[in-house]
Structure formats: C-alpha cells, structure tokens
Design a protein around this ligand. Structure first.
Ligand code: ADP
Ligand code: MG
Length: 363
C-alpha cells in the first residue's frame, strides 16, 4: 500500500466537491471499499448526496463551511473541473490534501489555456485563437478559415456555449452567442471518429489505462461509447503517450481523460482534457476489472491502483432527457445494466442515466 502516512483507511472520510452523477458514482465506489463520503455541493438534495454519508450544502466560496468540510475529510477530490481556485486554496489552507492537483483543474477550466498547454506537451490540437471581440473573431477567421467553431473559453459543457461557423458571414451571429464572454475560435476537425483515453496515476506514480473508447456525440452531447474502438494499436499508443505526459507534468494523482478526434489518415488530435472520471468511462463499471470510479478513489486515497483490463465488448448509451422514461422497459431487458442518477427533474439535454450492454467474449 502506498502513502501509508497520508492515505485513508476504511472508515475514514473522503471529500468530494460537487453533487452530480459523477460524484454519485464515485461515492458508491468509495462506499464499496469501506470509505465514508462527505459531499460538498451548492445544490440541496443532489444525486451524490443521496448516496453519501454526509453532505455539506454551501457556496464554493464559503470559507467557514469549506474549512468544516476539510476538518472531517482529510483528502478531497472533485467531480467537476470548474472548482474555483479560491475553493481549492481554502481547502488546502484548512489542512486538506486536494487531489488531483488544482493546477490541472485550472488548465482544464479554460479552453485556450488547455490547448496551449497540450501543444506545449507535444500533443497536437486543431488551430485556435483567443477571441475577445467581433474584430478579433474576423481576424482569427482569416487565419484559421471555415468551417470553424467559436466556444466560450470557460464553463461550457455538453456542447453548450458553442457556435458553428460555415463561412465568414456567420461571424456576427456567432459572436453574439458568446454574450461578451472571452472565447476561442477553433478550426473544425473533419474527423473520422472520436475516441477518448481514460487513465489513472497513483500517489506512488504508478499508471493504469483503460482501452481506448469510441464516442458518438449528438448535438454536442455524448450519446454512446463502444469498446473496442475502431482504432489501430498505434493510435492507442499515441493516446497513451499523451495522457502519460500530461499526468507526469502535474505529478497527477487520480483519473484523467483526454478526448481526441481521429482523422482519416490516423492522426490523433486532442480536443479537450478532463481532470476527472468521464462519461465515456461509464462502461468500466461492468466492463472492466476495476471501474474508473473505484480507480479514482483508490488513487486519491493513496491505495494501489486496481487492474484496468476490459472483460467484454461494451456499448454504453446515455439516457438523455425523456430517454429515461423508458426505465421500466430497460430494467426488464436481461442484457441491459441500467443506471439512473436520481435527478429530481427531467430537462431536454440533461443526462438522467445510462445503460451498458456487454458482449462476451471480448474482442
Ligand atoms: N474543433 C472541433 N472540430 C470538430 N468537432 C468539434 C470541435 N469542437 C467540438 N466538436 C464537437 O462537439 C463536441 C463537444 O465539444 P467539446 O469541445 O468537447 O465541448 P464539451 O466541453 O461541451 O464536451 C465534440 O465532442 C465534437 O463532437
Ligand atoms: Mg467534450
């Protein structure tokens, strides 16, 4: 066992910032190995809090509440990357160990910083430019060309805060959509498919990765993931090299994901990184020897990583919005593993649950 001095023992509390479905699945995995989970969230009655030992509902800038959280949960992790820097600082000041390193969270919060960082690690991305006005957008378009995508630098998710441009004539409408927020223009990747790599690094520097995931998006939201991905061993090796490099740079502890575009010529272009467990890794709950959630918990609490081998071919389908109303039919399908996140209200585009189907033997 690693990190004996700093690691958690069964019965001790792991803190999780954020109360969404990723926090919920992390909490379930932590409970399985005997840890208590304390959730800190600004949302009352969150999906994670309903499976956790304790919840503190507070604002992410409430230093007194954060300190109370850190007094009981010596190690704190996060289910989302948009943790304000001041929140992480307050937890560290109160004596908590925050994993992964807040520097990795900070880079992943800003699409411009993230792509600049990935390029500095020799991980290629699409061409991009920072855009703070319509004039800057027009200048960026003349360099990058169309088609292109304009995105807010911060706080976008599930395809929100994005505008696609087919030609220069779309510039004004696209800039309007940013509502004045700092933005990034990205060249459009005419990819053959999208893939992601999910890997973990332990507190002792050990490394484990899952098989490459192949992802389909609809309207900017992940709709399904299949394993094995249709990609060569060379592509998998390139993805592994990229994720290892990023993790080593931050002396990273926990699970980290990189999303890529796979081009027709086999080139792998990074889209974004997520310093956390990822929707494209939900198949690992049934489809791998250790789920991404247990793996992340093991890493951050200082335990040895588990084996990440895939045991079957997998298809994970997200239940988005009204898809989840089919829960009874899915629950009575013997080939389906149903997961519902316990969200109190259904909205179009909201991730309500997912279904995983396995096929044996694995290819
Ligand atoms: N530069 C791009 N070229 C082609 N497709 C893109 C590009 N950027 C985003 N997309 C498409 O939109 C999806 C969501 O965009 P992404 O940048 O990953 O934002 P989010 O943070 O919302 O996941 C991507 O998975 C991809 O399908
Ligand atoms: Mg994405």
């Amino acid at each position: 066992m690693t990190g004996q001095g700093t690691g958690l023992k069964p019965g001790e509390a792991l803190g999780i910032l954020g109360g969404g479905q990723l926090g919920r699945m992390l909490a379930i995995a932590a409970a399985q190995i005997g840890l208590d989970v304390h959730v800190y969230t600004d949302e009352a009655d969150s999906p994670a809090s309903r499976v956790a030992a304790k919840t503190i509902v507070g604002a992410y800038d409430d230093e007194a509440k954060l300190a109370a959280f850190a007094r009981e949960a010596r190690i704190v992790t996060s289910e989302f990357e948009n943790v304000p820097a001041a929140t992480a600082d307050a937890l560290v000041a109160a004596g908590a160990i925050v994993r992964p390193d807040p520097r990795a969270l900070a880079v992943a919060q800003d699409r411009f910083d993230e792509k600049t960082f990935l390029n500095s690690m020799d991980v290629p991305t699409v061409p991009f430019a920072a855009v703070n006005s319509l004039a800057e957008l027009e200048a960026a378009l003349s360099r990058i060309g169309t088609p292109a995508i304009l995105k807010t630098r911060r706080l976008g998710y599930d395809g929100l805060g994005q505008a696609r441009l087919q030609s220069g004539a779309d510039a004004a409408a696209a800039w309007e959509k940013m509502s004045g927020a700092p933005a990034i223009l990205e060249g459009f990747a005419s990819f053959e498919r999208e893939v992601s790599i999910i890997a973990a690094r332990g507190a002792d520097g050990s490394f484990a990765r899952y098989d490459l995931c192949e992802n389909d998006h609809a309207g900017g939201i992940l709709s399904s993931t299949r394993l094995p991905a249709r990609a060569s061993p060379a592509v998998s090796a390139a993805a592994e090299k990229a994720v290892r490099r990023v993790m080593e740079h931050f002396d990273y502890v926990g699970v980290l994901t990189i999303e890529f575009f796979l081009m027709a010529d086999g080139a792998l272009i990074a889209n974004e990184m997520a310093p956390r467990v990822h929707n494209s890794g939900h198949w690992t709950i049934e489809g791998a020897l250790t789920s991404q959630f247990e793996q992340h918990v093991r890493a951050v609490v200082g335990w040895r990583l588990g084996p990440a081998a895939r045991i079957a071919d997998c298809e994970m389908t997200n239940l988005i919005g009204e898809d989840a109303s089919r829960w009874a039919e899915i629950a009575s399908d013997p080939s389906a593993h149903l997961h519902l996140y316990g969200k109190r209200s259904t909205r179009a585009g909201r991730k309500m649950g997912h279904v995983t189907r396995l096929k044996f033997p694995p290819t």
